[in-house]
Design a binder for this molecule. Structure first.
Ligand code: ADP
Length: 480
């Protein structure tokens, strides 16, 4: 079984969010189940030199894009036993940021086309091309159009995974001909047309053989208009091809006992949390109080993450005996408001604007609680990492948060976190107060930490589900 993952980011080469974590971990999990999984990524300027120096050049060629032909080189690096290919074109991929460029329509159309152009020269013929999010949505479209008669691709099947339906890659109508090289026949509501524009995510959803998303709850949520981002009709139409498979986390990398980025290690998780909490408080010049609970947040600063709920009641949160540590980057308005609050509460609230993997790991380790009140959350990895590091999540019951966090039930003593249902700041505040209340009871709390940190969030179960789906698809191909 040969699978090619096509994605725009992947750990350890380039990461802006959870997609990169998935691309960095799922292929390895699938390989350990016997599948030959490889990954193809753009060769961004941001990839650290240590990896660049290990890459070898495989092939070069040109890629047709609209009326032009663009240069393409393919490099290879085997990382953690997973062969990675990198599509190299400095004009497209040596930029200050990996997304958000004016010509993203062209950059990612080029990427998808380049993958399909180059693959026959790589002596790797996948049974399945597994594409992730809008950046690779055009692969399935191109396979059914420009490459429909190409002998190399006759038996290739496609899977498209939605990691976040909110980001769709929507571009003006003229790119259909100018960049994608397709006629107006494709500009219909059941194909590429999306409210007068062209939508790359929609291409993935229309033309791929199977669709998945990253949690069972999100799979059902996105079929409703509130979460469906104007694609819910199409998703309902493809309901029988759509499944939700929960993401895992890389349990080797996120292992509190061996994580080299942590301030300190100990044999016992509770003790280790205590030591790291002290260090974190010292580092951030917060009072070094052992019994004051620390609430952590590590997040993209965007409305999706429920930040307005937090801002709405932050003064009330600060009235409790707590400390809060927030690490995030994103929209200016959130960066500014959280920074202002940090100045107002220097003894209680520490805010670091930026993306810092090492600091993130130390916050997971040192915090007692992890706040993630997302408005929607396709899966969410942060709550799983937090639990593994013994930081108890407080979440809104949506998407993957609902599928991974069970609110503590004092009658039965079961649960691994705290949750609330409505998009309501005071419901969130109540959940926080409830968590702080139980924090005062070491017996309850230590059990919660134990329960949460022992949850199995590894990739094996999910990898098995993906593998079963690939096998099912291949069986269907063999029959036809
Ligand atoms: P999303 O993909 O929507 O951003 P996830 O919870 O699925 O959310 O994944 C977020 C990942 O990115 C986690 O690994 C989290 O630790 C990491 N992360 C988010 N913001 C930061 C940051 N500012 N610095 C370091 N890591 C971050």
């Amino acid at each position: 079984m040969k699978i090619l993952f096509v994605a725009a980011e992947g750990v350890p080469f380039v990461k802006t969010g959870g997609l990169a974590d998935v691309i960095g971990a799922l292929p390895r999990a699938l390989r350990s189940l016997g599948a030959d999984v490889r990954v193809v990524l753009p060769c961004y300027g941001q990839i650290p030199d240590t990896y660049r120096q290990q890459m070898t050049d495989l092939v070069t060629g040109t890629v047709p894009l609209g009326w032009r032909n663009q240069y393409c080189g393919v490099k290879q690096l085997i990382y953690d036993e997973v062969p990675h290919y990198f599509i190299d074109n400095e004009y497209y991929f040596k930029r200050d940021s990996i997304y958000g460029c004016e010509d993203d329509a062209e950059r990612f159309a080029y990427f998808c086309r380049a993958v399909l152009e180059m693959l026959p020269a790589l002596s790797f013929q996948p049974d399945i091309m597994h594409c992730h999010d809008w950046h690779s949505g055009l692969v399935s479209l191109f396979l059914k159009t420009h490459y429909a008669a190409h002998p190399f691709y006759q038996s290739v099947q496609t899977v498209f995974t939605i990691h976040n339906l909110q980001y769709q890659g929507i571009f003006p109508h003229p790119i259909l001909g100018d960049i994608l090289g397709l006629s107006e026949d494709y500009f219909t509501i059941d194909q590429m047309e999306f409210y007068g524009q062209v939508n790359y995510m929609k291409a993935g959803l229309v033309y791929s053989d199977r669709l998945t998303t990253v949690s069972p709850t999100y799979a059902s949520e996105i079929q409703h208009d509130y979460f469906g981002e104007r694609l819910d009709g199409l998703l309902r139409h493809r309901q029988k091809d759509l499944t939700g498979i929960l993401n895992g986390i890389d349990v080797q990398s996120y292992d509190p006992y061996t994580d080299p980025d942590l301030y300190a290690h100990a044999d016992d998780l509770l003790r280790q949390k205590q030591i790291n909490k002290r260090r974190l408080q010292k580092h951030f010049r917060l009072p070094e109080k052992e019994r004051t609970p620390v609430i952590g947040m590590i997040t993209r600063l965007t409305a999706q993450k429920g930040l307005d709920l937090v801002l709405h009641v932050i003064d009330e949160i600060m009235k409790s005996d707590v400390q809060m540590v927030i690490l995030g980057s994103g929209e200016d308005r959130y960066e500014q408001r959280f920074s202002e609050f940090a100045k107002r509460y220097p003894d209680k609230l520490y805010v670091r604007i930026g993306f810092d993997e090492r600091l993130a790991r130390n916050i997971y380790m040192a915090s007692d609680l992890f706040l993630m009140p997302s408005i929607f959350e396709p899966c969410g990895l942060s709550q799983m990492i937090a639990m593994r590091y013994g930081s108890i999540p407080i979440v809104r019951e949506t998407g993957g948060l609902r599928d991974t966090v069970q609110s503590y039930n004092e009658a039965t003593g079961t649960g691994n976190g705290f949750s609330f249902r409505n998009i309501n700041a005071h419901d969130m505040l109540y959940a926080i107060h409830r968590a702080l209340w139980f924090y005062q009871n070491p017996q309850v709390w230590n059990n919660l930490v134990k329960e949460a940190s022992q949850m199995d969030f590894g990739w094996t179960n999910s990898a098995r589900k993906y593998k079963a789906m690939y096998e099912d698809l291949k069986k269907m191909e063999d029959v036809t």
